[in-house]
Write a protein that binds this ligand. Structure first.
Ligand code: ISL
Ligand code: CA
Length: 571
């Protein structure tokens, strides 16, 4: 089995500072707000808090555009507040993981302000500049046809120098030039700055994009009608990625720090293992995107696609067995600040199913092999924005740019309504609404109108009503983490085996450690469904956990109720 490590035994809770808790009535979450909820977080049973960017930033992309890596966004607080947060967490035996956004900076960072001011700036080469391409009629064109993640070209023209700079995301997020050793040293110093301050590790944003194909070739035409094309193959998993990761990995190891890399374009575990295998000294684990991309068509994130349960099984089983066999490690997640709410997306948020569906997904995710990540509100079964919300409610530039792009192409009202429906399912704002603390005004998030509207269901779905309710989603997550802690051998270090891979209603898997076997049976169906237990697992067993409060004993045919989850410990 896998080697033991503290970060394998840890459970992580992700906080999006703007939406977690407002302490001073300006409608925006802040660090003192987080500090006021540390007992709540500890009580879930997690060990690590991952805090999304809270650095100084003009907030074009909610803090993923950093203008000073060593200071805090004034609306979130001060460096003193961060110190207090660190000590409050440490006092409770919790660790703090910060978000390291170093594929790009803000265009308001001093480095970029200097870089764009003159070709002779010592910071010019901190970024990526290219001459225009000249079109067939002598017109000035961007150096290639790459599309930005937030629509439009990845190149922005600078008139003064007659050069373009690269930005894979917004034009206010210029990409750093990692080929420049000075840039790498700057990043290393930032890492040390925070680790020396007491931070326990990092989530590394878009980190598989830091090494680009320096020829900057045109991307293949995948959408003929589009002006700019997906160029992921030319900037993800690039030629020097592993060298750069090792540079950071060595420092992270010096401090025994936690590390998880966001690596969107990886689907081949043979590539991922090069990052997460221990002897490589790169990162502990990465977020791969196969599950969260399962419901999108090749045309892109906001073009829906129906998925089959057997596909989800194939994806889960592929990563679980590969990492176990190769001594790698998985980062397990269904939600984060870039994704729709899992109960709405992968199960059902219909009133009659929501409670069971949220607990079923907790069982699905929480008992796999890997480090479990729970995103704020997921522990409460928070759902996507309601059907009544239109474009005027949205704040995220990715969604707004996408919608405007379609609108400007002359799309009809009907088409725009289809786009809106998909944004309500997968738009990043779904997970960015304020956390629902109680049934008072603004869900107890703030005393004033929050920066994003609270979802109307907060009167029923909130933390205050769940913390002491043994049947709540919150209490269920506590049980999941208790199981992981109480049975580390099997739930953290045990093997994984898919059971009955072809069934399209029931997701069943087994965890095994020496002669101990746990069988997890999950219904993804809105209907009652009778599941035949495969022979191999038809033993005597006791129920370790179930989401309906009482469950059928293990027998040859189990009548599974809608979204039922049952965990059996076999004799
Ligand atoms: O490449 C992807 C999927 O294959 C993208 O999803 C990409 O990994 C993702 O958009 C990167 O997200 C991160 O960096 C962004 C920021 O807006 C997101 O919030 C952050 O999570 C730019 O910093
Ligand atoms: Ca505030």
């Amino acid at each position: 089995g896998p080697k033991r490590a503290w970060w394998k035994e840890s459970n992580v809770y992700q906080i999006y500072p703007a939406s977690f808790k407002d302490s001073n009535g300006d409608g925006i979450g802040d660090i003192p707000g987080i500090i006021s909820k540390l007992d709540y977080i500890k009580n879930i049973g997690v060990d690590v808090v991952w805090l999304c960017p809270c650095y100084k930033s003009p907030q074009v992309d909610m803090g993923y555009d950093i203008s000073d890596y060593r200071d805090i966004y004034e609306k979130y607080g001060t460096l003193n507040d961060i110190d207090e947060l660190i000590s409050g967490l440490h006092q409770r035996g919790l660790k703090l993981v910060m978000d390291l956004v170093v594929n790009h900076t803000s265009d308001q960072h001093e480095w970029f302000k200097s870089a764009i001011s003159s070709k002779d700036s010592p910071y010019r080469d901190y970024y990526i500049w290219r001459k225009p391409k000249i079109g067939p009629n002598g017109e000035r064109l961007p150096p290639n046809n790459w599309v930005s993640h937030f629509t439009g070209s990845t190149w922005e023209y600078d008139e003064e120098s007659d050069e373009y700079y690269l930005h894979l995301f917004a034009k206010e997020q210029p990409d750093l030039n990692w080929e420049n050793p000075k840039v790498r040293t700057e990043v290393h110093n930032i890492i040390r700055f925070w680790l020396d301050r007491g931070v326990d590790g990092f989530r590394l944003d878009a980190i598989n994009f830091i090494s680009k194909d320096l020829d900057f070739p045109d991307a293949p035409i995948t959408i003929p009608s589009a002006k700019y094309q997906d160029a992921t193959i030319h900037y993800a998993n690039g030629p020097r990625l592993h060298e750069y990761l090792r540079g950071m990995g060595q420092i992270l190891r010096e401090y025994d720090a936690f590390s998880v890399g966001e690596m969107g374009a990886f689907t081949d575990p043979n590539e991922v293992i090069k990052v997460v295998a221990e002897d490589r000294e790169e990162l502990n684990m990465i977020f791969q995107f196969e599950i969260v991309n399962m419901d999108q068509s090749p045309a892109g994130k906001y073009f829906p696609r129906k998925w089959m349960l057997s596909e989800l099984k194939r994806i889960v089983s592929k990563w679980e067995t590969y990492m176990y066999d190769h001594n790698g490690w998985n980062a397990l997640y269904l939600e984060n600040h870039d994704q729709g709410r899992s109960v709405s997306r992968f199960a059902s948020d219909k009133p009659e199913f929501r409670l069971y569906a949220a607990k079923m997904l907790a069982t699905f995710l929480g008992l796999q092999s890997g480090t479990v990540f729970v995103y704020e509100g997921q522990e409460l079964g928070m759902a996507n924005m309601p059907k009544t919300w239109g474009i005027d409610k949205l704040k995220d530039l990715e969604s707004i740019n996408f919608y405007n792009d379609v609108a400007e192409s002359g799309a009809s009202e009907e088409v725009l309504e289809v786009v809106m429906a998909d944004l309500r399912k997968k738009g990043r704002d779904n997970s960015r609404t304020p956390v629902q603390w109680d049934s008072s005004a603004f869900a107890g998030f703030s005393t004033a109108q929050p920066w994003m509207d609270v979802i109307d269901d907060y009167k029923e779905w909130n933390a205050a009503s769940q913390v002491d309710d043994p049947l709540s989603v919150y209490s269920y997550w506590r049980s999941i983490f208790e199981l992981r802690r109480g049975h580390k051998d099997i739930f953290v270090y045990g093997s994984f085996a898919l059971v009955d891979p072809a069934d399209e209603q029931i997701f069943a898997y087994a965890r095994r450690y020496e002669d101990k076997v746990v069988l997890v049976v999950l219904s993804f169906s809105e209907e009652e469904y009778s599941w035949t237990v495969p022979h191999e697992y038809m033993k005597q067993g006791k129920v370790l956990l179930s989401n309906y409060g009482h469950a059928s004993p293990l027998k040859p045919e189990i009548a599974m109720r809608p979204f039922e989850a049952i965990v059996y410990l076999l004799d």
